[in-house]
Design a protein around this ligand. Structure first.
Ligand SMILES: NC(=O)c1ccc[n+]([C@@H]2O[C@H](COP(=O)([O-])OP(=O)(O)OC[C@H]3O[C@@H](n4cnc5c(N)ncnc54)[C@H](O)[C@@H]3O)[C@@H](O)[C@H]2O)c1
Length: 291
């Protein structure tokens, strides 16, 4: 029996930068961390983990068409009969998101799981140095984009009959938002990013309260520093320097893998998390525990 039978929507699944994929770069990390030269972005890793968990009906959303196509080719290597739909567009565009979810419902008739990974890092600036334009951009993509996706996903899931399955009694659907450890605590010069991720956590809690009685579980994952195309670029030592300092604050003393974040998303969407509602789950090698 598949861990995740049904239909899933994953945003930010293109995990794309125009830079070469990490596995084509010369690894600079110690051999005890060999996965670093294989890492995908978080959305791509979630898509791969969902397919491996038996979810063969996947709609993937991203701004990057080449990124989506790359993810699709990795998925079809695992399962050539997987039913994959690619939707290129911007999660801050409500009409695009509503249309993508409508297309999904026309094709599959239902939506069971959604993982909202689309996000941007933002500038490394404190409040008085940041610009209104960059503040708007970070809040728009991270908070408003997540809200618009969640809104369309909740509406779609409310059309499902409550499940009669023993492992998910009464459940209509499960949603996971990718927030950040930076949504849990403050840090120097990441104001707009911290605020946007904190907003996602409050969205998670408020929606979890509202939609519990109607059978939708809504949770968030708070990753620590994860090796993805957005963070890990061994060709650019200067860009990597602040990240290496942050790794020193992770008690486990290493980068996280995108697949480790994806595993938490599979758990939160699965029947194993049937009574888990409105949580902000750190996947951060102990960073938030250390304070
Ligand atoms: N990498 C980390 O260390 C880390 C830590 C904590 C949280 N996160 C969060 O995880 C998520 C994924 O990050 P990642 O590291 O895989 O980054 P990434 O840049 O590899 O992936 C983000 C993806 O989102 C897409 N995207 C961005 N804005 C979009 C928009 N408006 N509409 C549609 N698609 C859009 C990008 O094209 C990209 O494919 C983000 O929300 C990020 O804030 C990452």
């Amino acid at each position: 029996m598949a861990e995740l039978p049904g239909v899933a929507l994953i945003t930010g699944a293109g995990s794309g930068k125009s830079s070469p994929p990490l596995h084509t770069l010369t690894p600079v990390h110690p051999p005890e961390q060999p996965w670093l030269n294989l890492t995908p972005g978080i959305g791509q890793a979630v898509a791969l983990a969902f397919l491996r968990a038996g979810c063969t009906n996947l709609t993937l959303i991203d701004m990057s068409t080449p990124g989506l196509q790359k993810t699709q080719s990795l998925l079809t290597e695992i399962n050539s009969s997987a039913n994959i739909t690619l939707e290129t567009g911007n999660t801050t565009d409500a009409s695009f998101i509503d249309r993508a979810v409508e297309n999904l419902l026309t094709k599959h008739g239902r939506l069971d799981y959604a993982v909202n990974c689309a996000g941007v890092m933002g500038p490394y600036l404190s409040t008085i140095d940041d610009s209104i334009e960059s503040l708007d951009h970070v809040m728009n993509v991270n908070y408003k984009g997540t809200l618009l996706c969640s809104r369309a996903e909740i509406r779609a899931m409310l059309r499902n009959e409550p499940s009669g399955a023993e492992d998910i009694p009464g459940q209509r659907g499960a949603i996971v938002h990718i927030a950040s450890a930076y949504g849990l605590f403050g840090a120097p010069r990441v104001t707009s990013y911290c605020a946007s991720k904190g907003a996602i956590l409050q969205l998670t809690r408020a929606d979890a309260v509202d939609y519990s009685p109607r059978g939708i579980r809504i949770n968030a994952v708070c990753p620590g520093l994860i090796s993805t195309p957005a963070t890990f670029d061994p060709d650019k030592a200067e860009t990597m320097k602040p990240f290496e300092e942050i790794i020193g604050k992770h008690p486990m003393g290493r980068w996280g893998r995108a697949s480790e974040v994806a595993d938490a998303c599979v758990f939160l969407c699965s029947g194993k998390a049937s009574f888990v509602q409105g949580v902000a789950l750190p996947v951060d090698g102990g960073w938030s525990a250390a304070g």
